[in-house]
Design a binder for this molecule. Structure first.
Ligand code: COA
Length: 433
């Protein structure tokens, strides 16, 4: 078998877990106008969205058309104003908006026909007058005219479309109860729909500079701390995300210059963008000397049961730089250590999750973090000794080995009376999975 075929099979196996996890979940995707300008990117994106639909995700697309509208206004030499970073839509501009947004929508519909022509069932992309707008009004003496704001959403109608396997498309146009047409910010709509549908995911295509300096995963509390340091546009984006609170489990910021970032974010472990989660309130971080007490509280009951080897406080203090911890609400609820001092092998030790928090994949996240660190150290494999937990590790890619497969220095310390199981897992360096 060729390497490319092996890689394909490997990727398929690794993504199967995510395929199962995402099935039936509701996902709102914000597509900014610039992403829809490039024909190749658009076809690639529509194929990927069709794939998500085939895999059972319920999808709402919120399309923007800012660049296309800017271009059309410039061509017709129409000057436009903005206030508070928001465009003022005059009556004169409205027909141009309707025309351009209609064109972008038609392009999307066409490309989805092309993308779904290999599917057994035709895919329907539907849009409608589900979003009710009201005028943004006069702010600081400035009349926003036909720039609107969201008044309400016909959630049930959208949900009915999703439940009958249709993809819902929202455009930047919405209508008032008096029958007027308004231009609405599509990102605002995407957030509002995600909130009302209690979506599992909101995927926001963005310029990478908006999130490149941020950690790959953040919780709502961390966003709050970051806000003062962010530039205005990024700050507005994060304020919007913050307002979603717990109603949307995860918001993902993904690269608007690369449509494939959608699948990478959803089907690889580390993703490519920045994820803001409201369903987990913990962080994994390197341990500091202040964490020694918390770590001891987690491991002491396990030491008493003989599950973990006893470590004194002094030893733990000396070795604290090898540890990572999971902190939730200022308490340590899990830990793990990596001893990277065996040539190309590293020892995983002291992986433990407080008994109140087991079964939430925290152990798995700690293991993933240790593996990531081991890869950055250039280690080729991880090994560990365990008396009680070898099945868990086998389920996480380790293989049973013999003591003489351990690094020389470790073999000499192997305690034959304790008779621990030896487990080894090779690490792939280049692949994030
Ligand atoms: C092993 C451990 C870290 C897993 O933490 P966790 O956060 O509960 O892990 P996850 O949520 O990722 O996995 C939970 C699954 O592992 C299973 N599991 C837990 N301990 C196991 C064991 N000893 N053997 C086999 N499976 C085990 C659970 O039954 C659960 O399975 P399920 O999803 O089918 O219900 C945690 O159980 C622990 O702290 N154990 C004691 C310490 C230990 O043995 N450490 C390893 C030696 S270094």
């Amino acid at each position: 078998m060729q390497q490319s075929e092996l890689d394909f099979i490997q990727s398929l196996r690794q993504s199967s877990h995510y395929i199962e996890q995402h099935r039936g979940k509701t996902c709102v995707i914000y597509l900014p106008g610039d992403l829809l300008q490039n024909a190749d990117a658009l076809l690639c994106l529509s194929k990927d969205i069709t794939l998500l639909h085939t895999l059972g995700l319920k999808l709402v697309l919120a399309m923007g058309a800012t660049q296309q509208i800017n271009h059309a206004l410039a061509q017709q030499q129409i000057q436009w104003q903005q206030h508070q970073q928001c465009r003022i839509t005059t009556l004169e501009m409205l027909p141009i908006f309707q025309q351009i947004i209609g064109q972008v929508r038609s392009q999307l519909e066409a490309v989805f026909c092309q993308a779904s022509n290999q599917q057994n069932k035709p895919l329907s992309l539907v849009s409608g007058n589900w979003v009710i707008a009201q005028p943004k009004g006069v702010v600081d003496g400035v009349d926003f005219q036909h720039t609107g704001q969201l008044r309400k959403i016909n959630r049930d109608a959208i949900q009915a479309c999703l439940d009958s396997s249709q993809i819902v498309l929202l455009t930047p146009l919405a209508y008032s109860l008096t029958g007027e047409v308004f231009n609405l910010n599509t990102l605002e709509q995407a957030c509002a729909i995600a909130e009302q549908l209690q979506a599992d995911k909101l995927m926001i295509f963005q310029k990478p500079q908006r999130y490149a300096t941020l950690p790959p995963a953040l919780n709502q509390t961390q966003i709050h701390g970051l806000l003062p340091s962010l530039e205005i546009k990024t700050k507005q984006l994060f304020e919007r995300i913050q307002k979603l609170g717990k109603s949307v489990s995860r918001v993902h910021l993904i690269n608007s210059a690369d449509p494939s970032s959608l699948l990478l974010e959803l089907f690889t472990r580390d993703g490519t963008g920045c994820m803001i989660f409201s369903d987990r309130y913990h962080q994994i971080r390197p341990a500091t000397i202040e964490d020694v007490g918390g770590i001891l509280e987690v491991i002491a009951p396990l030491e008493q049961k003989g599950v973990l080897v006893k470590r004194s406080r002094e030893r733990l203090e000396l070795e604290i730089h090898n540890f990572i911890v999971i902190e939730r609400d200022r308490s340590i609820i899990g830990c793990a250590a990596l001893y990277a001092n065996y040539q190309n092998s590293g020892e995983l030790a002291c992986l433990a999750v407080h008994s109140d928090y087991r079964g939430q994949e925290l152990g798995e996240q700690l293991l993933q973090e240790i593996e990531k660190t081991a890869r950055t150290h250039g280690l080729a494999q991880l090994f560990l000794l365990t008396t009680h937990t070898h099945h868990w590790f086998i389920e996480h890619g380790f293989k049973l080995a013999t003591p003489n497969e351990l690094p020389q220095e470790k073999q000499q310390l192997y305690n034959y009376q304790r008779n621990s199981k030896v487990l080894i897992k090779p690490l792939k360096t280049e692949n994030k999975d």
